[in-house]
Design a protein around this ligand. Structure first.
Ligand SMILES: [Zn+2]
Length: 467
């Protein structure tokens, strides 16, 4: 027994020495020099801004299924070729047809006033002559959920919950439930329409759109968002105690049986040693129809394309392939991302690691990985390279991929999430104000440097991020 213990001890010492002497870093000194050069290139290049300027000037708004959505696919395909990708292709995505129509919302009594409102994406319209009904206010989704069955018969439900402004955008999650699940919840209580306070942090008289999702088996009722100042005003009238009657007319049309066709656009810089191993970076190409999608997600499109271009411009291809995926139909429920996972399921295990950029407009201050325990050391090396750009490492290791990339993360792909300063993001999100003047060219340079370093680091290392 004693002898065995001593042998075990000796062997473990020898193993420690072996590990110490062969401790290898993910990248060679030459690679690290290359990364410094790539960083300088990204920080001094205006390319990302120029790409976003091109997309928002030459295409503009590109809601799924619209003519502009198709033009965006053509734009992206041509842009990738122009930027030096080795392969560029599209993969078909289908969704249902929806026509926004017009909106009219006003308080009829006790104090008649017009309100600024917008139809939620996917909403059905009201009857032709609109709806006139009393409003019942709920302070949040949970309060609506707690309402008794049939208690809203013939009424318009109104959720007045205000989204909180937070640097990491974490105010969105509790607020967006009203938009996504509110319509069916209100209908299940007998309501004939739903109004919500816009899911946004601004004080402009502009309403925020965004997708809803109707539940099967529950009546589909029309749903719209009010601008923050109008939601305040409606609340003040309700607070006076008398019944508040509202007129709502939406001419939106939802055509569940009519498919629209769009596409994920994919560009690849083919690896020199392991071409069938893919590092993926992505963003969504579609946008809502009211702004020009310069921020959501023109910034993501611009940053990922620019990062890939800087790598394509090197003399040699990296070892692994780099894929940029510009996803279709994100705004209506990650439809393109789910399709990508289905189309690529046979080689999802060759998707080494991925990152999405769908949260403009600020500087990236944090990276959170979602990798295997052994790969964490490699992530720390990456973090050291990103630290001079102001990016710190979140010690949690639970990232599943942001936005579209979460569909790939849920299919087993390791991921890294990058967090930018998101304090202003939800002022413009899904509104007419999502335009190019909100994009900060200097922040784009830092964002692009981060994505370029991440992409080169992961394509040039041979680390298995699943382990
Ligand atoms: Zn987005």
């Amino acid at each position: 027994m004693k002898k065995a213990t001593s042998w075990t001890y000796k062997i473990s010492i020898i193993m420690c020495l072996m590990i110490a002497s062969t401790k290898s870093y993910a990248l060679s000194d030459q690679d690290l020099t290359q990364i410094q050069m790539l960083k300088e290139t990204a920080l001094s290049s205006n390319l990302a801004y120029e790409i976003d300027e091109s997309l928002t000037t030459e295409v503009g708004a590109r809601r799924v299924g619209t003519v502009n959505d198709k033009r965006a696919v053509d734009w992206a395909t041509a842009k990738m070729k122009q930027l030096g990708f080795d392969k560029v292709w599209t993969e078909e995505v289908t969704h249902i047809k929806w026509i926004r129509g017009t909106v009219e919302a006003k308080i009829i009594s006790p104090y008649p006033q017009n309100m600024v409102a917008i139809a939620l994406g996917g909403s059905v319209g009201t009857p032709k002559d609109g709806i006139k009904a009393d409003v019942v206010e709920f302070e949040n989704f949970a309060a609506l959920e707690a309402a008794a069955p049939n208690s809203l018969k013939g009424k318009i439900a109104f959720i007045s919950f205000r989204m909180e402004r937070k640097i990491d955008g974490s105010g969105y999650e509790p607020a967006v439930k009203s938009r996504g699940d509110g319509p069916s919840m209100a209908a299940s209580k007998g309501a004939i329409a739903l109004l919500i306070r816009s899911v946004g942090t601004d004080d402009n008289r502009v309403a925020h759109t965004g997708g809803l999702s109707y539940q099967d088996g529950i009546a589909k009722i029309p749903a719209a968002a009010l601008s923050n100042p109008d939601a305040d005003m409606l609340q003040r009238q309700v607070a006076r105690g008398a019944a508040v009657k509202v007129f709502l007319k939406l001419t939106a049309e939802r055509k569940d049986e009519t498919p629209v066709i769009t596409a994920n656009v994919i560009g690849e810089i083919t690896g020199s040693e392991s071409p069938d191993d893919y590092v993926v970076i992505g963003a969504h190409l579609d946008s809502w129809d009211v702004g020009t999608g310069a921020v959501d997600d023109g910034i993501g499109v611009a940053v990922t394309l620019a990062a890939a271009h800087h790598i394509a411009n090197l003399k040699e291809r990296p070892k692994r392939s780099l894929r940029v995926i510009l996803f279709a139909a994100e705004e209506v429920g990650l439809v393109g991302a789910k399709q990508y996972v289905m189309d690529n399921k046979d080689h999802m295990d060759r998707h080494i690691i991925g990152a999405e950029w769908d949260f403009g407009t600020g500087l990236i201050y944090e990276m959170e990985p979602g990798v295997g325990p052994s790969a964490l050391n490699t992530i720390r090396e990456l973090a050291e390279l990103l630290a001079p750009l102001g990016v710190s490492l979140n010690p949690k290791n639970t990232a599943k991929g942001d936005s579209d990339m979460s569909a790939l993360g849920n299919a087993g792909m390791p991921a890294v999430n990058f967090s930018p300063d998101g304090l202003q993001y939800f002022d413009y999100h899904h509104t007419e104000n999502d335009t190019l003047d909100k994009v900060d060219p200097e922040a784009l340079k830092q964002n692009t440097a981060v994505f370029t370093i991440f992409s080169y680091f992961a394509t040039q290392s041979d680390v298995d991020f699943r382990k």
